[in-house]
Structures are given as structure tokens and as C-alpha cells.
Design a protein around this ligand. Structure first.
Ligand SMILES: C[S@@+](CC[C@H](N)C(=O)[O-])C[C@H]1O[C@@H](n2cnc3c(N)ncnc32)[C@H](O)[C@@H]1O
Ligand code: SF4
Length: 368
């Protein structure tokens, strides 16, 4: 499997918790950015992908004409969107118009990922979202009317001003809409964001309680909890993201986009203007490239695989490299081992970052 990711780094306004490489008030750059994307795509004439993910930022912020331009450059350089096994576009409720939905459907987009974050207007305002719940509901309804039968919705647990009861009521309202896929992320307060500057702190106990209830409630509602933050109706898991966790190859185009090709990880510069300048000047847009080898490479593969709640099958080399670490994780109750398989325990699901530390270098010695 291989994936193609395209980053659209523009947003109407910056949400107060968001640390993603996205910028508000830079719409004037969009047309030039699309041309830069086309040029970067031309560096990979023989790359072919099974899945496509157009993420951001806010891809739905593009005008209908700009979305058309984006879809046709992907079709020209890679494949028509309908030819991918899965082609997802990330969208924010306020900018997903009927015209854009029709265009995207006709172009072959077959999956939408909608950012709701909370089912409470007060919370949405507090966290700096542009939309309210009504706008979300009408975008969701319009997407269904336009024929989208694979929709994912994002929520954030642990938001300030949101009690556990409010969160769970929201989750219930969301499942009443029967989206095929739900992502529930625990709030992370990142340095440099308005939340960080305000001193917002994630309440770890509340977060844990909300995530535990989410796990129980969504499983009872028929969703498979298949990755730490992701739930899907059977068969509706995100194929594009599964490829990441299975350590598959992917090409990322655009500012801040990451790639993993031929064992090399690469990340493009996050600054949009610098990305466009480099592409225009024929320079390499990558800010870093690294080729992982030995224990670091195997550790990364195990760590990615552990994100999937079904677990990961260890190769002989991985078992040899990490025998001690795995034994320790099992002793601490974070991981369980069954033959060649390891997976997070129920407890480990909520303390996954602690489990992942065991597989992250630098390692003192490399064995072979
Ligand atoms: C690439 S982001 C944004 C997608 C889209 N622009 C939106 O806002 O809906 C994907 C998701 O990450 C989650 N997210 C972003 N920042 C977060 C944070 N600081 N803590 C927890 N979740 C976060 C949100 O649920 C968001 O929908
Ligand atoms: S959460 Fe989404 S809409 Fe908000 S700033 Fe981040 S990328 Fe943009």
C-alpha cells in the first residue's frame, strides 16, 4: 500500500488550541500555492498511490474554482480521484457549500473528514471555531444529500468549559447521525498556542474519564475502536491512516508535508512562503531528511503498529531488539504479548505515550 497526502495550510481563523502548520488570512497565496504543488508533484512522475488524503489546514476553504484546479492537478500528475481506493478531503463545516460538495463528488472524492470538535456552541466559541452546531448539522446533511456515504467526524475530549456530561451528550448526538467514522482526540495544549499562553491545562482525570466512556459507548454503538483515537463502523477504518500505522510508504506534497519513501523520512518546510520560494527557485522543499536504520527503524515500526488496538506482529529482529523493553511493558501492565503479537492493554490505551517511549531512540547500542 502507498498513500498520497496533500497539505492545504490555509484556515479562515486559527483555533485557540491548534498547533498544526496552518495560517489564517493568507488566502491571497492559494493560487500560487496550487501552482507550487503542481510543480512539486512533477518531481515524482512515477509515484502511484492507493489512497489520497487532502488535509490541512482547511482544504474546504478553497473556492470551487481552486478545488477544481487542485483535483485536476492530482488527476494530471497521479490519477483521477475516483481511481484511488479511498480519497478523503478534510473539511470545516462553515466552508463546505453545496457547490463544493457537488464538485468534489463529481471529481471522485469518496470520503469526507469533518471537524466538529464539540456539540456545544459555547465551547465552540471558547475554542475559537468559526462554526456553530447548526452549521455543522447543515454541512453534514448537505454532504449526505450530495451522496457522500463515508463521513468521519472529529471531536476533542477534555476541552475547557466542557463537562463530562456535555461531552457524552455530544457523543450521543453524533452517533444518532451515524457517521461511518469518528475520531476522538484528547486535548493537547501545545507551546505557542493561545491556550498555552492563557494557561489552559488539560485535566488528566477528566480526559481519562471521557476517553474511557468514549471507548465503551462507541463500542456499544457498533463502532470498532481500531486505533487509539479512531473508531469506525466495521469496514470503514481509514485506509490511508492504516497505511501510516502499518509503516507503509507515502508521499506528502506541500508545506509541512511528511513523506516516507524508500526507507527515508522527509518533512517539508512548514512556512508557506518559504515552501513556495523554494519550489519556484527549483530548490529542495525538505527541511529534514533522515534514513532510519537498525534498532531506531524497527522501533519506529513497532511504535506505529502499537497505535492499532489489534496490535502488531513482531518480526524476529524486532523481538530480539526489544525483548527487554517488551518484558518491562508487560510487567507494567501497558502491553500484552501473545506469541509474535503485542498490543496495548486497556490501561495502555490511555498511557500509550509511556509505552511508546520504549521504542524511541537514541539507543545506546545497536545489535543485529
Ligand atoms: C488536521 S486537524 C484539523 C482539521 C480541520 N481543519 C478542522 O479543524 O476540523 C485534525 C484534527 O486534529 C484535532 N486537533 C487539532 N489540534 C488539537 C489539539 N491541540 N488537541 C487535540 N486535538 C487536536 C482536531 O480534532 C482536528 O479536527
Ligand atoms: S483546528 Fe483546523 S481549522 Fe482550526 S486552526 Fe487548526 S487546522 Fe485550522
Amino acid at each position: 500500500m502507498s498513500g498520497l497526502y496533500i497539505h492545504i495550510p490555509f484556515c479562515r481563523q486559527k483555533c485557540r488550541y491548534c498547533d498544526f502548520a496552518s495560517f489564517a488570512g493568507a488566502e491571497a497565496l492559494i493560487n500560487g500555492y496550487l501552482s507550487a504543488l503542481e510543480k512539486e508533484a512533477s518531481f515524482y512522475p512515477s509515484f502511484s498511490a492507493d489512497t489520497l488524503y487532502i488535509g490541512g489546514g482547511t482544504p474546504s476553504l478553497l473556492s470551487a474554482a481552486q478545488l477544481e484546479k487542485l483535483c485536476s492537478l492530482i488527476a494530471r500528475r497521479f490519477a483521477p480521484l475516483g481511481m484511488f481506493q479511498e480519497s478523503t478531503l478534510e473539511a470545516n463545516p462553515e466552508s463546505l457549500t453545496k457547490e463544493k460538495l457537488r464538485l468534489l463528488k463529481d471529481a471522485g472524492v469518496n470520503r469526507l473528514s469533518l471537524g466538529l470538535q464539540s456539540f456545544d456552541d459555547g465551547v465552540l466559541k471558547r475554542i475559537g471555531r468559526v462554526h456553530d452546531v447548526k452549521t455543522f448539522l447543515s454541512a453534514y446533511g448537505a454532504a449526505r444529500e450530495a451522496g457522500f456515504d463515508n463521513i468521519s467526524v472529529d471531536l476533542i475530549a477534555g476541552l475547557p468549559g466542557q463537562t463530562k456530561e456535555m461531552f457524552l451528550q455530544g457523543l450521543k448526538k453524533l452517533t444518532d447521525l451515524k457517521p461511518e467514522h469518528i475520531s476522538v482526540y484528547g486535548l493537547q495544549v501545545e507551546e505557542g498556542t493561545p491556550f498555552y499562553k492563557e494557561g489552559v491545562q488539560a485535566d488528566e482525570d477528566l480526559l481519562r474519564a471521557e476517553l474511557e466512556e468514549t471507548h465503551r459507548f462507541l463500542q456499544a454503538a457498533g463502532y470498532v475502536h481500531y486505533e487509539i483515537s479512531n473508531f469506525a463502523l466495521p469496514g470503514r477504518e481509514s485506509r490511508h491512516n492504516l497505511n501510516y500505522w502499518q509503516n507503509g510508504e507515502y508521499l506528502g506534497l506541500g508545506s509541512a508535508a511528511a513523506s516516507y519513501l524508500n526507507g527515508v523520512r522527509r518533512g517539508n518546510v512548514p512556512d508557506v512562503r518559504e515552501y513556495m520560494r523554494r519550489i519556484g527557485a527549483g530548490e529542495n522543499p525538505a527541511e529534514f531528511t533522515e534514513k532510519l536504520t537498525g534498532k531506531a527503524k524497527e522501533g519506529e515500526a513497532v511504535m506505529l503498529g502499537l497505535r492499532m488496538l489489534g496490535g502488531v506482529r513482531l518480526s524476529d529482529v524486532q523481538k530480539r531488539f526489544f525483548a527487554g523493553e517488551i518484558q518491562d511493558l508487560v510487567r507494567r501492565g501497558l502491553v500484552e504479548q501473545n506469541g509474535d503479537f503485542i498490543k496495548l492493554t486497556f490501561e495502555g490505551m490511555f498511557l500509550a505515550n509511556q509505552a511508546f517511549m520504549a521504542f524511541v531512540g537514541p539507543f545506546e547500542e545497536a545489535c543485529s
